[in-house]
Design a binder for this molecule. Sequence first.
Ligand SMILES: Cc1ncc(COP(=O)(O)O)c(C=O)c1O
Length: 387
Amino acid sequence: MNKDTLLVHVGRDPRQSQGMVNTPVYRTSTVLNPDVETYEAPRDEDYQRITYGRHGTPTTRALEEAVARLEGGYHAVALPSGLAAIAAAISAFVKPGGHILVADSVYAPTRVFCQRQLKAKGAEVEYYDPVIGGGIAALIKPNTKAVFCESPGSLTFEVQDIPAIAAAAHARGVPVLADNTWGTPYFFRSFERGVDVSIHSATKYISGHSDVMMGLIVTNEQHWRTVRRTVADFGYSVSPDDCYLALRGLRTIGVRLKQHMASALGVARWLRSRPEARHVLYPALTSHPGNTIWRRDFSGAAGLFSFILNRASERQAAAFVNSLTLFGIGSSWGGYESLATVAHPEKLRTATQWKPGGPTIRLHIGLEDPADLMADLEQGFNKLGMA
Ligand SMILES: Cc1ncc(COP(=O)(O)O)c(C=O)c1O
């Protein structure tokens, strides 16, 4: 089945729900058993059987199955947020005395989790240049328990050579964990590229309507139990109503993403022609340093990218964002609406430096008409006399 057909059919079985086209919202804590023997039967080590509300209901399983199949993984588990998914996935592998290699371009709260939580538990955290590729081999130590990737970085958009990183890590028996929120299960088939554990903020494109907080971890068969048990041990549980909303969002992820990409590409190309933009950091542009790897490994690009303002101060950058009328100012992305923020990657880096020659503006291109978005950006440039 091609992925657009799969999106329509996966995670629902009307024969199981009186012909209803969608998997219903099953709300429960207790799941009743016919007898003591069934209740006391050995636990399903794969956590697929429905046994207790905390471990998920048929609504949860429908979403998890849909995402796992779309991305080509073995199973998936839903968590209360993308950050919870990151924290649980890392915790499944990195214990006291262990060492983790983390891309220097990683989402800031991932870095905070590593600095505050992992280090306090006696683990070693080392950051690496995101474009290191197979060079990661030199950083792998006997106690390395995981390599963490995020491709592209969601502020600075370096595209990682994940197949090369995975080959080096696997040669030493080290699993590769990747935040695939930007790539999505639709545009980046993690497991075909060597990822072992793929992590999503489902808050973004999977839900797609800025009304759900959720994370998902998808794994290959080898690492499923390690990850699923960790999630169970921490007691994470997700509301079936939110799973229903996320699955409803997922049904249209294909058409939404294609539109986000077409519009983002239009805006990014336009920005490249503008003197106010020094660089445009969108992997789908042929001028982007990661374009060759992006073309090889991804089947599309999300609507999130950054650009560098030419000859502007931080104060002017803030004034520019404040002047926009169609772009909201706020966290997250992946919904239907456009957003703009001034990013500060230079404050986060430790293994590399971020000196692009001007302030970094991050845009999420939503589903508005791109002509209106370009007109809004243009009036912002003109108002501030930035040319
Ligand atoms: C790349 C990336 N990963 C993870 C997260 C965290 O997701 P959540 O906000 O659902 O916890 C975000 C949120 O902005 C993100 O941008």
